[in-house]
Write a protein that binds this ligand. Structure first.
Ligand code: ZN
Length: 623
């Protein structure tokens, strides 16, 4: 086992070496377009081309869904590298194993920043090299607009736009991949009612296996809805989205939007079997060069780009090392201090984190992140005391002022505002804003409800409770809905009790229950830091593969029902071990022997494109 693992370690070491050597000869530039920042070592022409491509694909969404929001409050950093060698330095994991697919582009959504990493030396020919990048980018845009979507529609749209090809002059949407066409030709179709209602636990669905008829059929249905002339005339897609919003029932929405489902099914069957699929051709507007600004960036800044990416991609130790190199080269770079601040924050070194974030804010007052994390640190230390609440609000208002589209700042603000009687109206406004900016996070709905409770608007608070219960899907969401229902019930009891016993002049304080409830005090419960980055989850499954790495950490492929999680352990000595539910630090097995064991693993959800995160507890379910 150990011997098998060694090559992976060597590859990692070599790639860092080549990065360190490579950066001296590489010159990095930054191209800023109206909506994106591209950092590249492939030269100005290529970096501009990529910026134009991203503006173009953003434009496609705007064109087809004019009402969609296409800009996230999280900055998107596009890292455009010149070749495979450079790609390897950013994504060493994909080159560590022999059989892994090596992507030409990936999209990595994060809590406070999104990344796209892609090679510029591949061209989108017949099979689109950037498919998975565009697929994930599409998901990220859908999440900005919909609280949730039926899986067929979410994946179908992501596949449909994932295949977009952008050349110098035009863009083509709706190109079928040969894989999809092959699957549609040779497979039995999933019946429409089952396709519509499949959820993420369904046997048809597996995000790791996109070569399935589920993906092909979902793609084809979206293709039909988006490009078939009659479907467009009938506005099927818009109708369906509207009915879904009303009913939250994927099949009922189809009955309402597509009318006769039998007739619809047979039209769809014909469509799926047609010899060729129509493609949408759009003219590409070239951005005037005045809209693109170019500047060369220093070697230290180039290092920060990589370190920042590592930090958001679950490689904290590597990030730390590269940040330190950058710090040695340029001690007064705001982004270095921000990165070091976050590194300390993640390890609960609150004093160091505060020092770094304060320095970062001083060096670059236009970055929202230091303010946001300074508020978090303040909360960690003092919770909501009179003085700390004011400080927390101060930092968050600053973060929201610098970046008015960052949803977590408003969600956190809503909880802080709720603590003081005079800012309760603002608590509701802030929660509504967070919900508008990121409707996919149910915790923000609960924030709206809690603000309504605090204001004594009980009927509206009850309506939110109903919506929450209906929309909750994952175990975490269900528990969030239950907690909310409990808070609402306790609030109603208290109000009823106080009304009975108090003289009428003494109005009960509707917020009293919220100040008692510890869960509503937590920023995590309010969906701020804990919403996606840092959400704690626990799953039972099988440890399929373990890679015990050189720096006391490990990565684990953990198979659970329907999918594989990619889990990482930064430091094996710092996690908790159990055996059949009881603590057992003493007899924890060495990492190299974990493979093939059943376990229950608790982890903090990461922010990579893949499901998984950082392990906190491993409970071995057999000896
Ligand atoms: Zn997907």
């Amino acid at each position: 086992m150990i011997r098998q693992l060694r090559p992976a370690i060597v590859v990692l070491a070599l790639t860092f070496l080549s990065w360190a050597e490579g950066r001296a000869s590489d010159s990095w530039i930054q191209v800023t377009s109206p909506h994106f920042t591209v950092v590249s070592n492939a030269g100005e022409k290529e970096a501009k081309r990529i910026a134009n491509q991203f503006e173009a694909i953003r434009g496609v969404f705007h064109l087809i869904f004019p009402a969609l929001r296409v800009d996230s409050g999280k900055p998107l950093t596009v890292i455009a590298v010149k070749n495979e060698e450079s790609m390897k330095t950013f994504l060493p994991d994909f080159w560590a194993g022999k059989d892994r697919a090596r992507p030409a582009g990936i999209f990595v959504p994060g809590f406070d920043e999104n990344f796209a990493v892609l090679r510029t030396d591949v061209t989108g020919s017949a099979e689109n090299s950037y498919h998975s990048l565009y697929h994930e980018y599409t998901h990220s845009i859908l999440r900005l607009n919909f609280a949730s979507l039926p899986v067929w529609l979410d994946e179908g749209l992501a596949e449909f736009y994932g295949n977009t090809v952008i050349t110098d002059k035009e863009l083509q949407v709706g190109i079928p991949s040969s894989r999809q066409v092959y699957l549609l030709r040779k497979s039995n179709f999933i019946p429409l009612d089952q396709l519509l209602t499949a959820d993420r636990r369904s046997p048809f669905y597996n995000e790791q296996d996109q070569a399935s008829i589920f993906y092909a059929e979902s793609w084809a249905l979206v293709h039909f809805l988006s490009l078939d002339p009659e479907a467009r005339r009938e506005k099927y897609l818009t109708q369906y989205l509207h009915e879904w919003d009303e009913t939250r029932d994927a099949e009922e929405a189809a009955r309402r939007a597509f009318k006769d489902l039998k007739k619809f099914q047979s039209r769809l069957d014909d469509y799926l079997r047609q010899p060729a699929f129509q493609i949408y051709h759009g003219k590409l507007e070239e951005k005037a060069s005045t809209e693109l600004t170019v500047r060369s960036i220093s070697p230290a800044e180039a290092l920060v780009v990589q370190a920042d990416f590592f930090q958001h991609y679950g490689h904290a130790a590597d990030a730390r090392r590269v940040f330190k190199q950058a710090l040695d080269l340029e001690p007064n770079l705001a982004s270095v201090h921000e990165g070091m601040g976050f590194d300390n924050y993640a390890q609960y070194n609150n004093d160091d984190a505060e020092k770094e974030f304060k320095q970062a804010a001083q060096l670059n007052p236009q970055d929202f992140r230091p303010y946001f994390y300074l508020a978090e640190i303040n909360y960690r230390r003092n919770h909501y005391r009179a003085e700390s609440t004011l400080q927390i609000i101060g930092y968050l208002e600053k973060a929201a002022q610098v970046n008015p589209n960052f949803a977590p700042a408003y969600a956190f603000l809503s909880v802080a505002y709720r603590q003081q009687r005079e800012t309760r109206e603002k608590a509701l406004e802030a929660a509504i804003k967070a919900n508008h900016l990121d409707p996919s996070i149910l915790a923000y709905w609960a924030d709206m409800g809690d603000a309504l409770i605090a204001l004594g608007r009980d009927a509206e608070a009850r309506a939110i409770g109903g919506k929450l219960t209906k929309a909750a899907r994952s175990p975490q969401e269900k528990s969030l809905a239950q907690q909310y229902a409990l808070r609402l019930a306790r609030h109603e009891e208290i109000i009823a009790g106080k009304r009975g016993s108090n003289p009428p002049s003494q109005e009960p304080d509707p917020a009293s229950i919220l100040q008692d409830a510890p869960e509503s005090d937590q920023p995590a419960a309010a969906g701020t830091a804990g919403a996606d980055r840092g959400k704690i989850a626990s799953e039972e499954g099988l440890i399929r593969e373990v890679d015990c790495n050189s720096s006391h950490g490990a990565t684990i492929k953990f198979a659970i029902l329907g999918e594989t999680l990619l889990l990482s352990v930064t430091d094996l000595t710092k996690i908790e071990y159990r055996a059949m539910g009881t603590n057992s630090t003493a007899d924890a097995q060495p990492c190299s022997q974990w493979k093939g064991h059943k376990a229950k693993i608790t982890y903090k959800a990461g922010e990579t494109g893949v499901p998984g995160g950082e392990v906190t507890v491993i409970d071995f379910l057999q000896h």
